[in-house]
Design a protein around this ligand. Structure first.
Ligand code: TNX
Length: 536
């Protein structure tokens, strides 16, 4: 009797897997998915028909080239819709990032209203194809399981951040990072370009920012809390030219990703101050690009020459980046230098500011206004709430949910990136066997269980939560492969938080889908952390 029970239970499970979601190993899970029997097979010489418009061709070619490179059939692109294997229909009634995807035994049809929507339909299609599409060996057939999907994102802002200051990351790697995030339907790349340990973006008007500010003489070895500190004696540098930036922005645009640059102020500015000491309060004889991590005492001094410099910088940044947002930092600015600086103290008195906190707020208001004058919106870390928030700024809530809650209640847009759930430089496995990391403890499931809309917000306030972002700081991640190790598989969990309706999230199903994802990582040469795979 007992045996029969187990056999029946096993059969039920098998049935669920054959007809249910696990035939479709999609990350993030779509808003709605109906399983269908049967499959459709792509063959040599078949066609893909697209609506007119440049963005459609570019987006489609990315997948078609991938299929060909993986040894699959060559599919022709056409704008004449007859008898195509894959047909993309434009329909203005579909949400801008939404799509529907129907696979039956005769072919694939996609309906969307923008190239972005098509790109997401194709991201889904890629995950429905055999894993061979990701590279490595395989012999086809190029079959796609029948299915009906109607999909659209939960949040408009679905971000991934990469610090390229603590360690310089090549343009090739930045593009790979963007490609990998776009496969998860993430659409905002937050590019951290300036910090104490290196200024990484070419500014024509201020060449010393890169000739001096992009190079540090050496780097701390091991973790900062291990004393005494030792250094490697090897200079570390690198920066992005205008040409590099254009390449990254174009590459991202073809994948539906907006690139949001960050220029840090008034803190995290040691590299800029080392290049142009007039930007500091001038209490030291010499300023040097930082070789260790943490928070440094010398930031920008809030004087007219500094504002002029930052305005010039932001003007060039706005020329290089088409995004409607510029991130202007605002975090972790110690007030040590400002306290001792006669100019700062007289400014506080003259403007009737509330001490150094008021001065920081004065600084950020000034720059927020300037960003607005460029026709852009400023984003700042949640410290911009202190001393009174700038009227138009978007708050990136990193120290927890509190900053985001406060901002939403003040009718400010919010991006949730609470460090305890979103910081991919924290450990994801027991420390004894893990490579060096920042500290903290962030297992995969904690990322997965993140809920970006705090329950205490009213429905009206909740509308201000634009979305969510994972941050990857690289103090302890000097190489691309180390970055990949920390980012994957956790970025997949974040993507499901950002895209999938909350009531469709299912942790067990996510873990089952991840099995296929690990196969894809191997095929793409992504060095994902294997801990969750081996210990479940
Ligand atoms: C805090 S998040 C920082 C970064 C560090 C990070 C390390 C934020 C606005 N500031 O400067 O790299 O912690 O986890």
């Amino acid at each position: 009797m007992k045996k029969l029970f187990y056999i029946l239970a096993a059969l039920t499970l098998l049935g669920a897997h054959a007809g249910g979601a696990e035939r479709y190993n999609l990350i993030p899970m779509p808003a709605s998915l109906t399983a269908r029997e049967g499959s459709f097979t792509l063959r040599e010489g078949m066609a893909m028909s697209l609506p007119a418009g440049d963005g459609y061709v570019r987006g489609a070619e990315i997948l078609l080239e991938e299929i060909k490179t993986a040894g699959g059939p060559a599919i022709k692109v056409t704008t004449k819709g007859r008898n195509a294997a894959i047909t993309v229909f434009a329909d203005a009634a579909i949400a801008p990032e939404g799509y529907s995807l129907k696979v039956d035994r005769r072919g694939v049809s996609i309906t969307c209203s923008t190239p972005q929507g098509m790109f997401y339909a194709l991201a889904t299609l890629r995950q429905l194809l055999p894993a061979q599409v990701y590279g490595g060996s395989g012999s086809g057939p190029w079959s796609i399981p029948c299915v009906e999907i109607t999909d659209a994102p939960r949040f408009g802002y679905r971000g991934a951040h990469l610090d390229c200051c603590r360690h310089f990351m090549s343009v090739d790697f930045v593009c790979r990072y963007i490609d990998l995030m776009s496969r998860y339907k993430l659409n905002r790349f937050h590019w951290h370009l300036t910090d104490d340990q290196g200024w990484r973006i070419e500014i024509k008007k201020y060449p010393l920012l890169t000739s001096v500010g992009s190079v540090r003489p050496q780097t701390l070895i091991g973790h900062k809390r291990n004393l005494p500190h030792t250094f490697d004696g090897v200079p570390h540098g690198g920066y992005y030219t205008r040409e590099d930036v254009r390449r990254v922005v174009d590459y991202a645009a073809a994948r539906g990703v907006m690139v949001i640059p960050e220029i840090e102020m008034p803190g995290h500015a040691t590299a800029a101050v080392a290049a142009y000491p007039f930007l500091a309060c001038g209490l030291k004889e010499k300023y040097e690009v930082a070789c260790s991590w943490g928070v440094f005492e010398d930031g920008f001094c809030p004087k007219q020459t500094t504002f002029t410099f930052l305005e010039d910088v932001l003007r060039e940044v706005a020329e290089m980046f088409p995004a409607p947002y510029i991130h202007i930092g605002g975090d972790e600015c110690p007030k040590v230098a400002w306290k001792q600086c006669p100019h700062c103290q007289s400014l506080i008195r003259e403007k009737g500011l509330n001490g150094e906190a008021g001065l920081q707020s004065y600084f950020m208001h000034h720059m927020d206004n300037f960003v607005n004058s460029l026709g852009r919106t400023a984003i700042g870390w949640d410290e911009i709430l202190e001393g009174g928030i700038s009227p138009n700024a978007v708050v990136m809530s990193w120290r927890g949910y509190e900053g985001g809650i406060e901002a939403a209640r003040l009718n400010h847009s919010v991006i949730m990136a609470p460090h305890k759930q979103c910081y991919l430089d924290y450990y994801q496995e027991p420390r004894a066997t893990a490579p060096l990391a920042q500290g903290g403890n962030l297992p995969l499931d904690s990322v997965y269980m993140l809920e970006p809309v705090p329950p205490m917000l009213t429905a009206d306030q909740a509308k201000y939560i634009m979305g969510v972002q994972a941050n990857c700081w690289v103090e302890y991640l000097p190489t691309p492969s180390h970055v990949e190790y920390m980012v994957f598989p956790r970025l997949g969990a974040l993507a499901e938080v950002a895209w999938t309706p909350a009531d469709r999230k299912d942790r067990d199903s996510f873990h089952r889908r991840l099995e296929t994802e690990f196969d894809r990582f191997e095929r793409m040469g992504v060095r994902a952390c294997q801990y969750e795979r081996k210990n479940r």
